[in-house]
Design a protein around this ligand. Structure first.
Ligand code: ZN
Length: 159
């Protein structure tokens, strides 16, 4: 009787619109993959987080890519992780740190990583350090010795 009332039709349109919004940000990425939770190390802590970065490095090597891995951490939890994808992705900007930052912002659905830390197997290059600065990452840590590189600086300055 009242199944096609103006109110219920409005609700249907609203829910269709919210679906559209949900998929708009993901483009052609599979939303389920992008939103999948990162498996957290147990026990957690800086060494375990760096171990994950090195696991990413081993993955990069196994895939025939450059031997680098990186992880983004927020509030002690890994929110992004990636191996280098320069060779496999045919992308000279796909350093592990860039990929980990991209992974984190996709998962968090945010353009800022304010308060996050970047763990990488090697000292980030100027491109990656600048990207970390632009992403508002607060601290960089690298290598097996957990070297604290401090806050990223805008190494590559805008013209
Ligand atoms: Zn780099």
């Amino acid at each position: 009787m009242a199944s096609s009332s103006p109110l219920s039709r409005r609700r249907m349109l609203a829910s269709a619109a919210s679906c559209g919004v949900a998929f708009a940000g993901g483009g052609h990425l599979a939303p389920a993959v992008a939103a999948a939770a990162v498996v957290q190390p147990d026990p957690a802590g800086p060494a375990a987080i760096m171990d994950r970065a090195f696991a990413m490095k081993r993955r990069a090597e196994a895939e025939g890519d450059q031997p680098y891995g990186a992880v983004v951490v927020l509030d002690g939890r890994i929110v992004g992780e990636a191996p280098s994808a320069v060779v496999t992705g045919r992308d000279p900007t796909a350093h592990a740190e860039m990929q980990a930052i991209r992974d984190a912002v996709r998962r968090l659905r945010a353009a800022s990583l304010a308060g996050a830390e970047l763990y990488s197997t090697s000292r980030p290059c100027p491109m990656c350090e600048t990207a970390a600065f632009r992403a508002a990452i607060r601290r960089m840590v690298h290598g097996t010795a957990l070297t604290d590189a401090g806050p990223p600086r805008p190494v590559i300055s805008a013209p």
